[in-house]
Design a protein around this ligand. Sequence first.
Ligand SMILES: *[C@@H]1O[C@H](CO)[C@@H](O)[C@H](O)[C@H]1NC(C)=O
Length: 340
Amino acid sequence: MRSPSFSSWPPPLLLLLLLHPWQVCAQAPSLATSSGVSGAPDCPEACACAPGGQANCSALALSAVPAGLSRRVRALLLDHNRLGSLPPGAFADADALLRLDLRENELRWVHARAFWGLGALQRLDLSANRLEALAPGTFGPLRALRTLSLAGNRLARLEPAALGALPLLRALSLQDNALSALSPGLLAGLPALDALRLRGNPWTCDCALRPLCTWLRRHPRPASEAETPVCVSPGRLARSPLAAFPDAAFRHCARPLSPRDLAMIYLLGPASFLASLVACLALGSALTACRARRRRRQRTAAHRPPRRSLDLDPGGPASPANAGSPAEAGLGRPLEVLFQ
Ligand SMILES: *[C@@H]1O[C@H](CO)[C@@H](O)[C@H](O)[C@H]1NC(C)=O
């Protein structure tokens, strides 16, 4: 994309570029890098790489993640570019990355597996993009993440599943989005969270905001007034700081069922129905089997003595007890036995 210096360019091309001042300006900052080594092995061709493992690909009008990333890259600066989306495994070749800067791009879409392989990443900056939603599991692979910025996007919802469990995350920036509430489970997956930036969102101060208000009260910060998140609706609470609501303010709120409770209810209902059905069937068939067995035993017990008496009886088939239905015979024989 870029030649090492102006001098090696053929004069007509230089002339053409001079006629297009914007393009020259766009190229100028990258040409000005003095310490960086451009196009070195293990360095993406368009970027300037410093010995510490920093690949500086800032402000190069890139529309895709540059090729040529490797394990040697520890910090990848891709800010102020034109990335519109991140495909699956976009950084899989740079799996030793500690810092990834994607600030000020045009990101609308991040694939759920875009950050696969980045198990060592500690700092991720996605601020000032155009994200409206994040797929479940997007940040799941980032088990070492400490700082995450999603500020200055268009997020109206942030599901707990998108963040997942980030055990080491200490700072989360969500300011200047379109959030009106935070899902109750979101903060539960972030045990190490200490700094949460929330201002610049249209917070609706109702019962759904209870977990957030509780969290804010437990993590007081000496924040300036501009940093303090405030309610936007309902009107009577507009501009009330979120952290100012005592727990008593939520006394009228019924405790909502957590997704886990709901899942239990949905699972236990049909499961217990099936279990009782199976139990009934088992019990019924056991009873039937028992009764049949008892009847069979009774019948054999009833059959045996007369047979013995028949054997003793020389008359055999001529005996009147032999005639008639089995029921009659069954009734008749014990009497016979008794009276003999
Ligand atoms: C990265 O490169 C840009 C443009 O060359 C420069 O302005 C910026 O200071 C560099 N960033 C770092 C951290 O070196």
